[in-house]
Design a protein around this ligand. Structure first.
Ligand code: PLP
Length: 379
């Protein structure tokens, strides 16, 4: 019998590039080519690749203690909750830590259902909330929902259609409404501020829990700490992941005071471990020191203004450094040429939208550099 090796399960279509190093808003491949990173590896790199403060904090903690279980005191969790409360304006909320975005939504949906005893969930067209059982069921993509996930009662409504929401919630059996601060995978679609305000009101009137998924749009990306803060509302729960750890896998749920914690009701082995807490603390420290939320607002505004001047684009949408560039036809070739000819990483939503999700430390000069490469490809 010939030799046989275990291989990675082949679920990802891969670009033939191996990234081996990162620094700030740049990454480097195995051949030493340098790439401008306008994607942050799926909106994960918030403070920049290998930020020295982050590397130092995580290294020091690793040399002390990487992990111990959630059965003992962990003052790092307390410090993180306090710091995140201050940074986000949610000091009266509690923090539950897990490891991924899907898990964050899974736990939020569960806690909502424990709270009001109801089962049905309302979600929105083009939503993406993750791939575990409840999270994938509230995701508007039947292709990634397996039969084993299909039992839950979920109703999908059009984004920004408040009358449709009112009609569903009036039936009295909806446990929670889950909505992204800005839809990412769905193509950078922003819920109207007025829609969010009315959604908040109707959830209150019908004892429905409002869950804001800020996994992609949160942590400063939109130019405010959370994208929903443009509407001035306060959700009952907010889910975060991606940028919270700058690459360290962390997810979390911010939970309003009305939810009472019950010992044993939620739990996780890895969530809130010592290394994760220090990575998340280092991220918040850098965000504060370098004013990255403000930077995302400024550089994002500049990028969007300049992008809107370029002809041949159908629409530019976004807030802060979460930007969608929609074309009439497929943008796959533009994205490919940006990557291989210009050495610029970007993301996609569907076929026609290019998604920009750079590290929040992107400078105006780097934004200008991106615009030069982009115009060259479009010319
Ligand atoms: N929610 C949103 C809005 C996301 O964009 C994602 C990931 O793309 C998720 C949830 C799922 O996060 P994870 O892949 O960490 O489970």
């Amino acid at each position: 019998m010939g030799s046989c090796f275990m291989k990675p399960f082949d679920v990802y279509p891969l670009f033939d590039i191996e990234i081996v190093k990162g620094e700030g808003c740049y990454t480097y491949d195995a051949q030493g080519n340098k790439y401008l990173d306008l994607y942050g590896g799926h909106a994960v790199i918030s403070i920049g690749h290998t930020h020295p403060h982050y590397v130092q904090r995580v290294t020091e903690q690793l040399n002390k203690l990487g992990f111990y279980s959630n059965s003992v005191q962990n003052s790092l969790q307390v410090q993180l909750a306090e710091k995140l409360g201050k940074a986000s304006g949610y000091e009266d909320y509690s923090l539950f830590m897990i490891n991924t975005g899907a898990e964050a939504n899974e736990n939020a949906l569960k806690l909502a259902s424990f709270y009001n005893g109801k089962k049905r969930i309302v979600s929105f067209g083009k939503s993406f909330h993750g791939r575990t059982s409840a999270a994938v069921r509230v995701t508007d993509n039947p292709k990634i929902v397996a039969p084993v996930n299909s039992g839950m009662e979920v109703t999908f409504l059009p984004l920004n259609d408040i009358d449709a929401v009112k009609a569903e919630l009036a039936k009295g059996d909806v446990s929670s409404v889950i909505i992204e601060g800005i839809q990412g995978v769905g193509g950078i679609r922003i819920p109207d501020d007025n829609f969010l305000k009315q959604l908040r009101r109707v959830c209150d009137e019908t004892d429905t829990v409002l869950i804001l998924d800020e996994i992609q749009s949160g942590y400063g990306r939109s130019g405010k700490f959370f994208a929903h803060q443009y509407a001035g509302i306060r959700p009952d729960m907010i889910t975060v992941a991606k940028g919270i750890g700058n690459g360290f896998p962390i997810g979390a749920v911010l939970i309003a005071p009305k939810f009472k914690a019950v010992h044993g009701q939620l739990g996780t082995t890895f969530g809130g471990n010592h290394l994760a807490c220090v990575a998340a603390l280092a991220v918040l420290e850098v965000m504060e020191d370098e004013k990255l939320v403000e930077n995302a607002a400024e550089v994002g505004e500049f990028l969007m203004t300049e992008l809107k001047k370029i002809s041949g684009i159908k629409e530019v949408r976004g807030r802060g450094l979460m930007i969608g560039i929609e074309f009439e036809n497929s943008a796959a070739d533009i994205r490919r040429r940006l990557l291989f000819d210009e050495k610029v990483f970007t993301g996609a939503s569907g076929t026609n939208v290019i998604r920009l999700l750079p590290p929040l430390c992107l400078t105006k000069q780097q934004a200008e550099l991106f615009l030069d490469h982009f115009k060259k490809v479009l010319a």
